[in-house]
Design a protein around this ligand. Sequence first.
Ligand SMILES: Nc1ncnc2c1ncn2[C@@H]1O[C@H](COP(=O)(O)OP(=O)(O)O)[C@@H](O)[C@H]1O
Ligand SMILES: [Mg+2]
Length: 598
Amino acid sequence: MKIESGIKHYNKSIAKKIIFVSFLLSSIFTLFLTLFQTYQDYNFEVEAVKENVKSIKVSTLNAISHAVWSYDEEQVSILLKGIFEIQNVNFVGLNSKDKISVSFGDKVAHSEIISFPVYFKNQSENYFLGDLIVEVNFNDITSHLISKLTITFAFQFIKTFFILVVLLVIFFRYLIAPINQLAAYTSKLSLENLMAYDKDFSKLAMQEDEIGTIARSIDQLKTRLDVDIKRNREIENQLQATHRMESLGKLSAGIAHDFNNILQGVESAISVGERYNEIDKVKDSILRARPFIERGKNLVDKIFSFSRKNANKLAVIDVIKIANDTFDIIKQTMAQDLNLTFTSNVEKCFILASPANIHQIISNLIYNAKDAVDVMTGEIQINIQESKASNEVIIKITDNGCGMDQKTLDHIYDPFFTTKDPGKGTGLGMSIIYQLVNEMYGKIDIKSQKEQGTTITLSFPTVVIEDNVESEDSSKTTNTENLNICIVDDEQDIAALIKEVLELRGFKVDYFSDPLEASKLFTSGNMDYDVVITDYSMPNLKGDQLCSLIKEHHPKLPVILATGLHEPEQFEGIPYDSILKKPYTDDEVIKTLDIIFS
Ligand SMILES: Nc1ncnc2c1ncn2[C@@H]1O[C@H](COP(=O)(O)OP(=O)(O)O)[C@@H](O)[C@H]1O
Ligand SMILES: [Mg+2]
């Protein structure tokens, strides 16, 4: 079965070529050999006839001259008839000058004429009596030989054919079939499945002949290649990990910088509030902390967009958002003089990619551009264009920095290639970018000249997502006042503050900082809460377990999961009614309650 499929697959197989060439050559060879042999036979027979005729000179010519000399016409006739009966003689005639003229047979075109002068020797005189003309014709030799040629050729042909068939069967059995098996096997091999074996191949590798040697060599090569590939993958993974650490270092620096600024804002707002005695001024200064808290929330959102647990997996993501978040974080750490801009012709654009990879690629390209430009005059532009015509998104990172010479461009994707001072560059950025872009079905192109700046263009195929417009009816409000709320949060200070603010908004609130204590209450059955807001990450009993426990005993009691984790996948399967993302405001709690109780 396998051999057959191999043969079918190889249209120009060796077997076919051998059959065709050997059949053609042996036919031509047989034809020439037979022709040559027949030609030899012809010459041989013709010579034999001619010799026969020439023997007349010795055997009969003397008798003829005597008979002619003595006018014995009858004797002449008898002698000439004798000559006429020699094979292939079609005409014999005597042209005597004035004495006797006798002839037998007819002249035929294309015959060979052999003439013998007839002399009579009388005492010492030689008398010329005329010419004896003998005509020989080889037509029957030719036709005989032609039929012989045809038969010989046919026989030779059949013989050659049979020998060839036998040879081919042997050839096929011991050479072509194993070669076909080898070919079929090697063509099935892929880098992902290098160590695959099949029965036929294992058999071949055991053969003690050249085919066996080839099969064993293939096997050895495969094993070596497999080891190399695995080692390469390991190195690649190590490189990626190293580089991720490098990127993470830069990212943390950016976040820390931004976070400190945010904390500074909150700290200052509170300090100002502390110094005032007038309640309005205190309120005002506290409110001035809000924008910083918003900034903090945004920052965390941005970090989450490319650092969540599944951020390495390929998924349909909005590349504009990830690029923009990356840009925002990096911008915080860059020197203020540096002109860093982000533009895009669309608000959203979806591609199949991993958020962590996109972040890593863009941040690295920006860092490279940053290293290339002059701090005072540097300009770095990130521009994203979606091309509907080609269904791709094109991300351009342009800088007006030092640019690159041809040598740098030639080696830019080599791991560890760097032109930077030790400690400033690892030379891993571009090689990993190249790899990541390829993994995400993208392309990368670099245009750069020494002192002329650099433009790096990335392109990725876009994914079309249908807009499902979720219209949230926000006008609907329900009366959620007087609700009895239970808060469960292991951070007592936070729980107490939330209780306080919700009480100030008119709710009745209790809190538990020990989730086990709360769980006892819910299992005992004696409780009169209308809704529970529980933290997700808590010691002893996690939010999801508490959720399940509450739903088991009070299926109708709404539970809101409050969490600082922003990964929806993590909450799959938990029987919660709504989620509150930490940090949340009292307004957000009320909005959530409105939705639950509407
Ligand atoms: N935007 C750019 N402008 C000029 N040179 C660049 C730019 N991007 C990369 N390069 C060159 O490519 C080299 C390799 O870059 P990369 O792989 O990121 O390693 P590293 O930044 O650690 O040196 C850099 O050392 C630099 O010479
Ligand atoms: Mg770099």
